[in-house]
Design a protein around this ligand. Structure first.
Ligand code: NDP
Length: 329
């Protein structure tokens, strides 16, 4: 294989640095499948990793990038053969294992899924880890027994990646969707995805009462902190909040009142170590339920060289929807 182009994060005395360079294939990590990566994405966690704002990267040098789609080049795994179209989310790629921002990667076949029928590699990465996590949130709410008849669903961080896909999925499943955003200028965009009501981020960000007016039956939260506390406080009797993110903070200054007085449930959602069966279920449904035109309308495409700038922008809350990274080679 020789060498290939990769975005590499190094750590020196001055801290973390990132740049495009040739990477020697002999330095790839252990795995039974080599994939020619065609597309990746920039998720919030990638922003943290590439900028070094949080200790996402656990070994150096690291090729960041937590998700990819591509074609199998060589495989000794029984489920995959050369030429298969595959995708990967999480499992430590871009954190502990050399990741996606490269023309080649070597991973464990157990981490790969076949590219779902009906999706191109570019569409799968327009969904990416953010969209797959949005589906995990919806599945968690449904497993809890919630359906649109219970009342509206609220989505926080609405104009971001998880938020944008969550709005579409909930609306397609018949929910009346409230979108919470700090970017009121994106109201039309959020309505085009399926939101029927827009609320200001600030309404949920300030510390509130342990119990508030019951406004929604379900929530998908990518923000955390006081926002998550206020979501719990405003959830209807028997409702649930699926919590997957920390864009507003890692703390949770809440009380137990919604749990013990309103039977509200807090559902944790992790995409990184989610079991294969759940991943299959999520991706099959994503391929079935998302409208390709709406997905395209919330997606921007960039090159590998653009990733550091996009990483800074996503942490600044400036990215709308999803960003696909097209990888040549
Ligand atoms: P994005 O940056 O695309 O979206 C986050 C959104 O949150 C922003 O667009 C913005 O939405 C809002 N936001 C940003 N900063 C703040 C703030 N300080 N206070 C309140 N709201 C804010 O990121 P992703 O959608 O990729 O990820 C969202 C979150 O979910 C991240 O914390 C990420 O780490 C987490 N995540 C977790 C996963 C898991 O496995 N549990 C998997 C994937 C993501 P707006 O402008 O509309 O208000």
């Amino acid at each position: 294989m020789g060498s290939f182009k990769a975005l590499v994060v190094d750590k020196g005395e001055g801290g973390q640095s990132v740049g495009l360079r040739d990477f020697d294939a002999a330095d790839l990590m252990e795995g039974d499948v080599v994939v020619r990566v065609s597309h990746s994405t920039v998720n919030y966690k990638d922003g943290l990793a590439v900028t070094g704002k949080a200790p996402v990267i656990r070994r150096f040098p690291m090729i960041p990038g937590i998700d990819f789609a591509g074609i199998v080049e060589t495989s000794s795994h029984p489920d995959f053969a050369a030429g298969d179209a595959v995708l990967l989310n999480g499992w430590g790629t871009g954190e502990t294992h050399l990741g996606a921002y490269a023309e080649r990667t070597r991973v464990k076949g157990d981490w790969l899924l076949p590219l779902p029928a009906g999706l191109t590699a570019a569409q799968a990465m327009a969904i990416g880890t953010a969209g797959y996590t949005a589906m995990l949130c919806l599945l968690a709410l449904e497993r809890h027994g919630l359906a649109p008849a219970a009342g509206p669903a609220i989505v926080t961080g609405a104009a971001g990646g998880v938020g944008s896909v969550a709005i579409q999925l909930l609306a397609r499943a018949g929910w009346s969707v409230i979108a919470s955003t700090g970017r009121p200028a994106e109201a039309e965009y959020l309505r085009s995805l399926g939101a029927s009501e827009i609320v200001e981020r600030a309404d949920l960000a300030a510390p509130g009462k342990p119990l508030a007016k019951e406004r929604w039956a379900a929530a998908v939260d990518s923000v955390g902190s006081t926002t998550l506390a206020n979501l719990l406080a405003g959830t209807r009797y028997g409702g649930a909040v699926a919590a997957c993110g920390l864009a507003g903070g890692m703390d949770l200054p809440a009380s137990v009142a919604p749990f013990i007085l309103r039977n509200v449930a807090l559902l944790g959602v992790d995409s990184v170590m989610a079991p294969r069966a759940l991943r299959h279920a999520a991706w099959t449904r994503l391929a079935r339920d998302l409208d390709p035109a709406t997905l395209a309308s919330m997606t921007t495409t960039v090159s590998l060289a653009d990733v550091p700038a996009v990483a800074r922008a996503i942490l600044a809350g400036e990215i709308r929807g999803r960003v696909v990274v097209e990888i040549d080679g």
